[in-house]
Design a protein around this ligand. Structure first.
Ligand SMILES: [Zn+2]
Length: 261
């Protein structure tokens, strides 16, 4: 990555994590969520989060399908009829998702059991910690992308291409499951960006976009075999999306450019 692009990237990360402190609806950082006591399912914050998630699920599904189609074009996979069939099946799996299930034991995680692919299980701490529509759509879209990929990793060609590109740009290791996780995060950010474009409001674009990734603004920055560390997740994601880097830096009040249909 050229030094200028890298500097812009770091500036955009700073915007995201500064907004985490300034924005009353910012998403709580994962490490802070992890330190919290479990939240009962009927706690008002968990109930409000579950209602928000269920309300936004249909929109998130539509935005994931659009973003997935966009990535197929961006990564030049549209001419393969075999891959196209896989994408159609992935879209059918996303369309079939019906419900968010709040779960106290899942704490600060959301997950999908591929034996039950119509349900997204969502920890109550996580439901309460994502305090904006943008934050919630980003995580819903992430889980929907896991469902799209399915239990046979049927989108692995796309996932590998995205992982390789992020590796080339950042020098970070994005092999194996890490490639899928960053692809899910990218779909999450794309979904939020489209949502922001579709629902103009009085808040700045940068503030709203920042919510798509700011649960990664941690103090304790640790990854594992399957995931980059949270701060490197923001780094890899924004490296893949230079337009979003620009939008975060140009903290504009006006509407985002309308998307091409
Ligand atoms: Zn994931």
């Amino acid at each position: 990555m050229p030094p200028e692009a890298r500097a812009l990237l770091e500036e955009a990360i700073a915007v995201v994590c500064t907004q985490a402190k300034l924005d009353p609806k910012s998403s709580v950082a994962i490490d802070e969520m992890q330190a919290r006591p479990s939240l009962p399912i009927h706690h008002p914050d968990a109930v409000a989060g579950a209602e928000r998630a269920q309300k936004l699920l249909p929109i998130a599904k539509t935005l994931v399908i659009e973003s997935l189609r966009q990535l197929v074009v961006d990564y030049n996979l549209q001419s393969s009829s075999r891959f196209d069939r896989r994408v159609q099946q992935a879209i059918a799996r996303v369309s079939a998702v019906k419900r968010v299930r709040p779960d106290m034991e899942s704490r600060d995680n959301a997950s999908v059991f591929l034996s039950k692919p119509q349900v997204i299980t969502f920890g109550t701490i996580f439901l309460a910690g994502l305090r904006s529509d943008e934050g919630m759509i980003s995580v819903l879209a992430h889980e929907l992308m896991h469902i799209a990929d399915g239990d046979n990793d049927s989108l692995r060609t796309l996932v590998a291409a995205i992982g390789n590109k992020a590796s080339e740009l950042t020098g970070l290791d994005l092999s194996g499951q890490r490639g899928e996780e960053i692809t899910c995060d990218l779909i999450g950010a794309m979904a939020v960006r489209a949502y922001v474009g579709d629902t103009p409001g009085y808040e700045s674009i940068a503030r709203r976009l920042a919510r798509s990734v700011q649960h990664n603004c941690v103090e304790i920055d640790e990854g594992d075999e399957d995931h980059l560390s949270p701060r490197n997740t923001i780094r890899a994601l924004l490296a893949l999306h230079p337009v979003m880097v620009k939008e975060l830096i140009n903290d504009r009040e006006e509407r985002a450019q309308p998307r091409k249909q």
